[in-house]
Design a protein around this ligand. Structure first.
Ligand code: SF4
Length: 478
């Protein structure tokens, strides 16, 4: 048993979407500020935090699977604490403690910053603590953070969502949309850039509805333009926009702001108007198509990625064919596909005409193969072109990164090139999920992002701590 006053170590297991990954940065930052330190690889941590998801399929099974794995350790080391946060905690609350009574803390999506205090209380009172707030206490971005990357950062501009898609639990769990003031967002962007960040992704459940909270429908386009003026910021991305709120001024701001990347990730969900209506997605295929046409007209070299749900209740073969045909027509660079599964608490879970799992699986496979062939051909279009790549990984003589239009690029590393730097490469060949550069990079620009990565690595080596956020895979025996 470790003494109560010894420095306590932690790992965080994130299940779910980008918002959750970003929330985990805040959880880690709050723990760091309270004196916890990340656990070293191979060392059993004193605290395991699960940041859960209620949106993705089987999220609860995954969580309870992880928990049952930890149960024997908790028995032999009762001072090890387990905390559950995120959407599933917000939804299930006390149920978690009934299913896993050895859990120490359950906290919601609105009170991430309370975790250290709740852990302390659980330790002193020797009893489990549940604290779920119905409304946001602090905007997550105002809490301290331990960032995943030295050169690439997320900035949350809004939380919650005012839509009511019938398959989605987010509005029930994260509440109505709350927008952060523009000045506060820009202050954070500038502070991150001053810290060496050269790529920012603006995040929101419905990112382009930004402004709805304070009555300015042009606020998102203005924010993109303002971010574009921040000196030293090489790349700006955003996710995820909703087709309903996608206005022409956003397309103009994208096209006219050189550091906003020519890539749009916009969820489609279905290529059938009948299913979109039943999903309560407030656009139809024609509107989606119209946005893509305008984006491509303004930015001919842009790419489009999307999300698609297969097997929504009532989807028949002809609806599914409409989705397949729309993919062929719109030529997505990539699509993240999901097999529909019931999310308790959502209207779609109560709909008649649920589709048999084997039919969903068969359609999913067909769509997946179709999309792979399309991605390969979309990647083939750029063979022979030069691409600017922001380096993300370097391993020996191999390196990888993302092009401006969001393609994964593998290339031969130049001696000394660092994650965060920018290189220009010639694309030599294409695969469905990546492209390969031909020969060595044509040029290499050392960036402040690369400097920030090198400084963080040096500091981590000197202190013997890890880069980023430690995860459960580093727990012995896992
Ligand atoms: S737009 Fe729809 S799918 Fe997206 S968060 Fe809101 S309710 Fe959920």
């Amino acid at each position: 048993m470790s003494p109560v006053n010894a420095t306590r170590t932690y790992v965080i297991q994130t299940l779910g979407c980008q918002m959750n990954v970003h929330d985990s940065e805040r959880i880690a930052g709050s723990l760091d500020a309270a004196g916890y330190v990340p656990a070293q690889d191979g060392v059993e941590p004193d605290l395991v935090v699960f940041n859960t998801c209620a949106v993705r399929e089987n999220a609860d099974n995954k969580l309870y699977g992880h928990l049952s794995f930890l149960a024997p350790t908790k028995k032999t080391r009762p001072d090890m604490q387990i905390a559950i946060g995120g959407c599933l905690a917000q939804k299930d609350q006390g149920t978690i403690l009934k299913k896993a009574p050895y859990v120490d803390v359950v906290f919601g999506t609105h009170n991430v910053g309370s975790l250290p205090a709740l852990l302390e209380r659980a330790r002193i009172e020797q009893s489990a603590q549940i604290e779920i707030k119905e409304a946001l206490e602090h905007f997550p971005s105002t809490l301290p953070a331990r960032r995943h990357s030295a050169f690439s950062a997320w900035v949350s501009i809004s939380v919650g969502c005012n839509n009511t898609c019938t398959f989605c639990i987010v509005p029930a769990l994260r509440g109505r949309e709350k927008d952060r003031p523009q000045a506060e967002i820009l202050d954070e962007v500038r502070a991150l850039v001053a810290d060496g960040v050269n790529e920012i992704t603006l995040l929101g459940q419905n990112v382009n509805a930004y402004g709805v909270d304070f009555g300015d429908r042009t606020a998102f386009a203005k924010l993109l333009r303002e971010c574009g003026r921040v000196e030293g910021l090489d790349r700006i991305r955003f996710m995820s926009p909703h087709p309903r709120d996608f206005t022409d001024d956003v397309i103009e701001a994208m096209a006219e702001t050189p550091n906003v990347m020519p890539h749009l990730h916009m969820p489609l969900q279905s290529g059938s108007d009948r299913i979109l209506q039943s999903m309560r997605r407030s656009y139809r295929v024609d509107r989606y198509r119209g946005i893509i046409e305008k984006v491509r007209k303004s930015m001919p070299h842009s790419t489009i990625t999307t999300d698609i749900i297969v097997g929504f209740p009532g989807e028949d073969e002809s609806d599914f064919q409409e989705t397949m045909n729309l993919c062929t027509e719109l030529r997505f660079l990539a699509a993240y596909t999901f097999q529909y599964s019931k999310r308790p608490g959502t209207p779609a879970a109560e709909m008649p005409d649920q589709i048999a799992p084997e039919i969903v699986a068969e359609r999913y496979t067909r769509l997946h193969e179709h999309l792979n062939a399309l991605s390969q051909s979309v990647n083939q279009e750029v063979v022979g072109n030069t691409a600017e790549v922001l380096v993300t990984d370097v391993e020996g003589s191999r390196a990888s990164g993302k092009s401006r239009d969001f393609r994964l690029v593998h290339f031969d590393a130049l001696e000394g090139v660092r994650p965060g730097d920018l290189v220009d490469v010639v694309i030599g060949s294409a695969k469905p999920h990546f492209v390969l550069a031909k020969g060595a990079p044509l040029s290499w620009r050392k960036t402040r992002g690369g400097d920030a990565f090198a400084a963080r690595k040096k500091e981590a080596e000197a202190k013997g701590v890890m880069l980023g956020i430690p995860t459960l895979k580093s727990v012995p025996g896992k």
